[in-house]
Write a protein that binds this ligand. Structure first.
Ligand SMILES: [Zn+2]
Length: 446
């Protein structure tokens, strides 16, 4: 499909996934690589002008703002009359647009396989095939406005290879922090099994040696498997505390897939850094998380009605849908309590960041649900920017549009601080100073 053909299609009527794929193939057929460096001027500066720059720190929105970028990073942000543009600066007009930092999604599996027909068709997928599929998903994630991902469970080092290829500029994708494989006691909800404190210490050390930025463990059952109850706590105290100690001695944080109160209390005693999902967590556990500064990554989209379309599409079996339904009510109540108690929340979806959900992407739907559950729009945006950056210890590099940070920026058509649904209008994505998506170019050129 050419860019001209794409421009004639009513994009609103096409599914997002297809729209993004079409966008990419259009860019490729036009001979313009999305990672081309020609978005910079000869002296390597770009200015986004006339837009409204939204602060993630709660400050006033800068109207008619200038974001001056040199190379990968933001040089200056300020009012139009306060910044002199360099002579050869490339200008990108943002009039009528609101600029926010690139979104960060903290619970992603780019190689996700779930029970059902779609997952069954991947049963014989090789690691080589899988990493190519993951690269496609990384590209779609970035184009959907997500400029940083945390992966929390991939297979056999595929994530390390993909992260390296993205960092070398060979593959288009978000910045990646990854937890390698999910470590579990035998029979647990993950792929890397070990038993006893020192066998677990060994696999933790091995994952870190191979390149894990985080350690992910599963300390209760999950929705997607029938082995073990979500409320069980199968690790011994010694196993849990030893593996967390070993990670911490290497400067690596540990997060746990968890829906169980018993396992949560045990993990909190052992110094865990975060919980994923938290399906059934009770108020006492949430209070303890708040007191200890433990992170929650809710992935609320997976148990709410917006995901049913997705589960139907992938052919989820009836037992799975029933587990989703049963879990959904507790999960929603937990999220509302966590927000009210002020537990630190970083946005994550457990679906592909770009996966259609409730008429938008999973990432945007997740942020909308946080607002529905009690956050202000600013808090929901922070969960996907400054809070996620703090969780990853990347706050000097990403999470806000300010001098010194990577120029990871998306544009929307309305003020997201007034209405979080503005995130549905992402049409411009910049990563590290390079425009990877600008829907206006497609239409303006033809
Ligand atoms: Zn997950």
């Amino acid at each position: 499909m050419t860019a001209t053909q794409l421009g004639r299609i009513d994009s609103a009527r096409r599914p997002l996934h297809a729209a993004l794929l079409a966008l990419l193939s259009a860019a490729a057929s036009a001979g313009a690589s999305p990672v081309a460096s020609d978005s910079h001027s000869p002296d390597n500066t770009v200015a986004l002008i006339e837009g409204s720059v939204v602060s993630m720190d709660g400050g006033a929105t800068l109207t008619n703002g200038v974001v001056l970028i040199k190379g990968e990073r933001i040089l200056k942000v300020g009012a139009a009359d306060s910044i002199a543009l360099p002579e050869h600066c490339k200008i990108i007009h943002m009039k009528g647009k609101w600029l926010i930092p690139g979104l960060m999604n903290m619970h992603v599996h780019l190689g996700l396989k779930l029970p059902g027909a779609a997952g069954d068709s991947l049963a014989t997928e090789s690691d080589t095939e899988e990493v190519l599929r993951m690269a496609g998903n990384a590209r779609l994630s970035l184009l959907s406005g997500v400029t940083t991902l945390r992966l929390v469970g991939e297979d056999h080092g595929t994530d390390f290879a993909l992260r390296a290829a993205i960092e070398r500029g060979e593959v288009l994708g978000p910045r990646i922090k990854t937890a390698g494989e999910v470590i579990v006691p035998t029979g647990g909800h993950g792929s890397l099994e070990a038993d006893g404190p020192y066998a677990l210490a060994h696999v933790v050390r091995k994952q870190i040696k191979d390149g894990a930025d985080w350690i992910k463990i599963a300390i209760s059952g999950g929705i997607s498997d029938t082995r073990g109850s979500i409320s069980a706590a199968p690790m011994t105290d010694e196993e849990m505390s030893t593996l967390i100690e070993v990670a911490h001695r290497n400067g690596i944080k540990v997060t746990a897939h968890n829906g169980s109160n018993e396992a949560a209390r045990q993990a909190l005693r052992s110094g865990i850094d975060g919980f994923e999902h938290g399906y059934h967590l009770e108020v006492a556990v949430l209070k303890e998380m708040k007191a200890r500064g433990v992170w929650l990554v809710p992935t609320i989209v997976v148990t709410q009605p917006g995901a049913l379309e997705f589960y139907t599409k992938i052919g989820s079996p009836p037992w799975y849908l029933e587990r989703v339904r049963i879990t959904g009510a507790d999960h929603w109540a937990m999220l509302k309590n966590a927000i009210q108690l002020g537990v630190k929340i970083a946005l994550g979806t457990d679906q592909f960041p770009f996966e259609p959900n409730d008429g938008t992407t999973a990432t945007v739907a997740e942020a909308e649900l946080y607002v529905k559950a009690g956050m202000t729009p600013l808090q929901a945006l922070q969960s996907a920017t400054t809070q996620a950056a703090a969780m990853l210890a990347m706050q000097d590099d990403v999470g806000n549009i300010s001098a010194g940070k990577f120029a990871d920026i998306v544009a929307v058509d309305a003020d997201p601080l007034t209405d979080i649904h503005a995130l549905r209008t992402i049409h411009f994505v910049m990563k590290g100073g390079v425009v990877v998506r600008d829907d206006r170019d497609e239409y303006a050129a033809h």
